[in-house]
Write a protein that binds this ligand. Structure first.
Ligand code: DP6
Length: 324
């Protein structure tokens, strides 16, 4: 039974992807720049087994059906096509972070699945193709193939590395907020914005300039410039979400409390910048020297259940070697 295991870490977009240029192929409408983390990892083992009648997906020990299984099977179908095989697979995936926290795991999950399934099928697939395979399942997953600072340009098939993990030792603090009602998934939220938000086109038009500013800021290790582009990207994206009908609204009282605290800290001279994704948690970018003070300030806010501290992390690895 040919099997392989891959380990991938989550990534957080500093400049966001939100919207599709091609829905069927899942190509992004705007360019994004992300940071792959050294925490929030998913380990996935894929084993092809001719005796199985269907693919089986186990996530943190629980058998999955419905949409999660369909998305995984679609990715496997592509790999089976490349390998000329019709074997079903047994997929076992575990996250090293609490799944109950509501933190997105599709980026690390589909990156690990893409790498492990190619290897289990006996294919020698290079990183851009593994990234494209992950992107077709979930575009943000394309970026978790690479370490450090990563680009996913508008309309691109695959993500590409921009700066290594050791290029700039920033810290990204994740303020995990109490969970609210079940929120809208990214794919559905994007579609609703594209179809109903009067601000969606303005978001798309302005996104490239922020992306270019962020790319330059990473190269120059300029925290103020990167933080500024990052906050504008997140607030414009959320403004487009809020104007959708019905609104795509992820914020909780604690989300706003963290945002305000970050802005207060900045007014007092600490360079801290916030970003939010399709959920209520807030991620805060700081220099290593300020990580402790910001950690303590966020940890004591009501509605913040924990603060996870991350550094730039590695790309997706097969457990017996890297993704080439
Ligand atoms: C707000 O990659 O989850 O986190 O491609 O439809 O699976 P699909 O969407 P997904 O979207 C992530 C959106 C975001 C911003 C980002 O990560 O760039």
């Amino acid at each position: 039974m040919p099997s392989a295991t891959a380990l991938a870490h989550s990534n957080i977009a500093l400049v966001k992807y939100w919207g599709k240029a091609d829905r069927l192929r899942n190509l992004p409408a705007v360019s994004s720049l992300s940071l792959t983390l050294d925490g929030l990892a998913t380990r996935t083992t894929v084993a092809f087994d001719e005796g199985l009648a269907t693919d089986e997906l186990w996530l943190n020990g629980q058998r999955q059906q419905g949409r999660p299984l369909q998305r995984a099977s679609r990715l496997l179908d592509t790999v089976r096509g490349w390998a000329g095989s019709s074997s079903c697979a047994h997929i076992r995936s575990t996250n090293d972070f609490p799944t109950a926290s509501g933190l997105a795991s599709s980026a690390s999950g589909f990156a690990a699945l893409a790498a492990a399934s190619c290897a289990a099928a006996g294919l020698h697939v290079e990183a851009p193709r593994v990234s494209a395979l992950a992107r077709a399942a979930s575009a943000s997953a394309a970026r978790s193939i690479h370490p450090g600072f990563v680009l996913l340009p508008r309309g691109a098939e695959a993500a590409e590395p921009w700066a290594a993990a050791d290029h700039w030792p920033v810290r990204l603090l994740i303020a995990v907020t109490d969970r609210g009602p079940k929120s809208v998934g990214s794919t559905e939220g994007m579609q609703r914005c594209e179809e109903t938000s009067p601000y969606y086109s303005a978001w798309v038009e302005g996104a490239e300039a922020l992306y270019e500013r962020a790319k330059a800021a990473v190269r120059q290790r300029d925290l103020e410039a990167l933080g500024d582009a990052m906050e504008q990207s997140t607030l414009r994206m959320h403004a487009a979400m809020h104007a959708a009908v019905p609104p795509v609204f992820y914020w909780l009282p604690a989300t706003i409390a963290v945002l305000r605290r970050v802005w207060e800290l900045r007014a007092q001279g600490t360079l801290a910048y916030a970003t939010m994704d399709a959920g209520p948690h807030v991620k805060v970018l700081v220099s290593p020297a300020d990580a402790d003070i910001v950690y303590r300030a966020l940890n004591e806010l009501p509605g913040v259940s924990e603060v996870l501290v991350n550094s730039p992390g590695p790309g997706c690895q097969l457990t017996d070697g890297g993704v080439e």
